[in-house]
Design a binder for this molecule. Sequence first.
Ligand code: ZN
Length: 451
Amino acid sequence: MVRGVLFITIDCLRADHVSAYGYDRATTPTIDRLAREGVLWENAFSAAPWTKPSVSSILTGHYPIHHGAFEGIKRSKGRRTVTTDVLIDTIPTLAETCAAAGWRCAAFINNAQLGEFSGLARGFDPYDPAAGKADRIIESFDKWIRSDVDTPALTYLHFLEAHWPYKPRRRHIAAFGGNRDTNFFRDFSARDFGKLRKAISRNEFRLTDGQLEEMIQMYDGAVRRLDGKVKKALEVLKSVGIEDEVAVFVTGDHGEEFMEHGMIGHGQSLYDELIHVPLVARVPGGARGGRRSEPVSLVDIPRTILATAGIEGDLPGRSLFEERSSNDPVFAELRIRNRYAQIVRQGRWKLHRRFKFTPTNGDVGRNLSPAQMLRTCPYEVTHELYDVETDPRERDDLAADAKHRRVLSDLECELDRFWTENVPTETDVGGVETEIDPCVVERLRDLGYIE
Ligand SMILES: [Zn+2]
């Protein structure tokens, strides 16, 4: 029986830059050790390619189409900044479920997208979305966990330093053959990255191969640095004397792109560099050194944590430790204004389906959910189909190939079924407008999300 769960997400951590997933740089000795002492899922996918929708899925077990937290900041009205997509408040969270079972639940987070307005605080006490750098987060965790070691506890930690502008140590860059002092991105702020992304998306700027390699060195160095923070968090458990009684989960909330499909950063597409994430779990008395190859979604994490903790609860999904078929489909979604994209991955195939809606007069300016837009707006739909076994980088689109018409239509049926099963009938009302605190707006600006 476990007496606690430590759940860590590393922002922007893509699977193929983790050494346990075959990366040729030693970026993650601690995650590698956890994998040896526990279980690693080789094919784990986030439900969305950026923080808010993905973490909302990770903490509720629902895909974005159901929980509704799709979009970021929508518009500024004079001095007011609002978001319209936050977690629907009738959806139970992992923390609420654990708290109802008598557990203590705390979240120490460094990402303004997960502010109090996001609706994710329910069940956590404390819920600190501005907990600071990784060292500060670990100090807060240390203090909190020591304050009561008798009550079982769920602690959620979210580290940000692998998010642009990537803050590695000099020695970590050096270990990967680079030099932080001469690196092109050494003085880049998050706002500089925001501007760079915009320039790249408009074809106004091209990164040279050397600059791209320097950007990757910065990212890898930041990942290496954060792996050391995971180690420190494990040392807290050890120093409190509960290391053998606490289950540890580590994952990434989504990946990061380095020009694989023409962009940098995240949030722009559903290619694997943005949704294939590491996932490892070490459970007291559980399997050691297991590697699971079947595709899984992070939406199953809450159910897995409940099963591990021995808590009954009404959350969707099923435990990742249960047997499952390698042919079970996995989904992910992205919404950007009038565009909605989804993928299904099944066996060797991955289908992207993208809708572009054109709101008619009455709907312009209304906040419609993708399902509402599908019902009321004209739209165009496009597909891309990849054989991810022979083409894992998703370069050779087979959607127009008549030979694969059957595969495409079968996968499209899976997407239709996903839609039918996940669109909420009663709560599908479009987002609820929420005003965002000016301090949070400032922090979002510091992250490069608002100009
Ligand atoms: Zn993120």
